[in-house]
Design a protein around this ligand. Sequence first.
Ligand code: NAP
Length: 310
Amino acid sequence: MPANVLFAAKPERWDQYRDVLPRAFEKAGLDVDLRLDFAPEEVDYIIYAPNSELQDFTPYTRLKAVMNIWAGVEAITHNETLKAPLTRMVDFGLRQGMVEWVTGHTLRHHLGMDAHIVNPEKRWEPTPPPLARDRRVTVLGIGELGLACAEALAQLGFDVAGWSRRQKSHEDITCYSGADGLKDALKRSDIVILLLPLTPETENTLDAEALALMPRGSFVINPGRGPLIDDGALLAALDAGHIAHATLDVFRREPLPGDHPYWTHPSVTVTPHIASETRAETCAEVLAENIRRGEAGAPFLHVVDRAAGY
Ligand code: NAP
């Protein structure tokens, strides 16, 4: 009997996944009936995006797993109608996209590119940047994405630190954890990159007190989630010149409202939540592997710890 797989994401996503998923299922040797619609009690797996219309899982009585196609799960972890295991997306495409976006924006600030890309006054002021080894970069959140970014930056020669909930060790990265660890990490940061999940513990990680610990003239790069930053505190730190520039990909409200001060602030770069997109081709392989595991009675990959919130 085939496994019944419901695709529950925005309709425009279906166009990207409708051909790719069956190919991945076939490659994994799976017998799958993939559809946009089923009687709920017949569904074995749900391929899911939290902005789907499906929010009540109660009628899905034989569900084996809900497989989120996003890395972030803050919009579903608290859904009490969901009793089945919840997995999140960890895949090559997401990781690689994030590494490229983060290294690109880090290098922009490190090299001071803006001064030369737009220079209508034809200023000729040669101020070569320091070598990467003299630039201290800290990645807050060294999980799947943050660690890949931290390792890529270390490979480029940056002096890299990372902060996580549980203490880690890494031969190329100085590792911090806990509240005191955050303070130490921020004090040594010329560039701070936020790749934390949004949980009650991580909201407003960069508040006024945290920003004040960063050295004057440092940079903030946020591809994590908007509420990780206290926006008012960041704007005040930018206005005071304490933070030189913030590059922000994620916001409390998306799309970022037209009248938000970030749009016009000279020291803010807004990108429209593009740091890393789930790519159907690479994500389909992970989804197929998890269905294969479910059918074989093996543990799922990338299960969300719903108590921790990520
Ligand atoms: P992950 O593998 O779950 O890693 C999360 C990291 O944050 C871990 O190192 C974790 O610590 C740390 N952390 C969690 N709570 C913490 C706390 N209270 N204090 C200190 N550290 C804490 O997540 P991921 O796959 O790397 O993704 C990270 C986030 O990136 C996602 O949640 C999502 O919000 C965002 N994202 C954005 C985009 C975009 O396009 N902008 C795309 C994809 C993802 P431990 O290692 O100790 O668990």
